[in-house]
Design a protein around this ligand. Structure first.
Ligand SMILES: [Fe+2]
Length: 291
């Protein structure tokens, strides 16, 4: 049974989710979940947002908020257009061009419906829709499009078992739930020695779903940092309710949209300082579908 973290009013907020609950050999489960990460595309939004942040520091103007910034984030404006700004020195050019992508990402949407069948309590339908909008995000306003997770990756018994597990947990919170809409975010963070990889460059945030699994970690390789944190916001002040360096096989589940609960994750860095590091995780947005 899971342990629960409690908020100030003593209500249960956070549940631990563990792949050990799926039964079987956890090492094998992790291996099978990891295979699908190997050909994921770069998340260019994350790279572009850091390029804009450097431009903002140099120019003293928040390009991200204007039309150019929006077009740049969507890839309509290129890095060439950004660098045309005559205020940039050669050093500035080099600094912006040195910003390489360091996050990989793919997504998949699902519709789950209670089946009443004991062996598979939820029927799972994959929806082919790759656009994603993070509600309430000033950092990534607008819709972002990501590559789709491969169809075989989301059809494995391990992955479907994880969807069933998360659905069961959410339905335990509210037994009237019959249908769920879920989005999975398959995320790889990478960092070269001396650099960082950021899982939440937007800082403390909400994802905008009824419930979330911010990250069920499936791999940490030569990685320090990556500490998951849950906060309660009261009168605009964030207080840490829990923090944990989640190891492969483990994640959190907690309510998100419309609550006082916010989250972030600290940057990852190379543990040995000489080799690159990476952290792979599956995140889930879970929305209750009321008919
Ligand atoms: Fe998040």
């Amino acid at each position: 049974m899971y342990s629960a973290i409690r908020s100030f009013d003593n209500s249960s907020v956070l549940q631990n989710v563990s792949l050990t609950e799926l039964g079987g050999d956890i090492k094998r489960t992790l291996q099978n979940l990891n295979i699908s990460f190997e050909n994921t595309d770069w998340d260019l939004y994350e790279q572009r947002s850091r390029q804009l942040a450097v431009a903002r520091r140099i120019l003293g103007a928040d390009l991200a908020e204007g039309e150019f910034g929006q077009d740049f984030m969507r890839g309509v404006q290129t890095i060439g257009s950004l660098l045309e700004n005559s205020s940039f020195t050669e050093e500035n050019y080099n600094e912006i061009l040195a910003i390489r992508p360091r996050r990989k990402r793919a997504i998949a949407d699902f519709h789950l419906r209670k089946s009443g069948v004991a062996s598979q309590p939820w029927t799972i339908d994959r929806l082919m829709n790759q656009s994603f909008k993070q509600a309430q995000s000033r950092f990534f306003p607008g819709e972002r499009k990501f590559a789709a997770m491969s169809e075989w990756a989301t059809a494995t018994s391990e992955f479907c078992g994880l969807l069933q597990l998360i659905a069961r947990r959410v339905a335990q919170i509210d037994s009237s739930i019959q249908q769920l809409a879920m989005t999975c975010h398959q995320v790889t963070l990478l960092a070269e020695p001396g650099d960082t990889g950021d899982g939440s460059p937007e800082g403390i945030h909400q994802d905008g779903a009824d419930f979330i699994v911010p990250a069920l970690v499936v791999l940490r390789e030569n990685t320090a940092g990556g500490v998951s944190r849950l906060y309660q916001r009261v009168d605009g002040i964030f207080t840490t309710l829990n923090e944990e360096t989640l190891m492969p096989g483990y994640g959190w589940l907690h309510p998100d949209r419309g609550t006082d609960f916010w989250h972030d994750v600290s940057s990852i860095v190379s543990a040995d300082g000489t080799h690159a590091c990476l952290r792979r995780s599956l995140g889930f947005d879970v929305n209750i579908v009321r008919t």
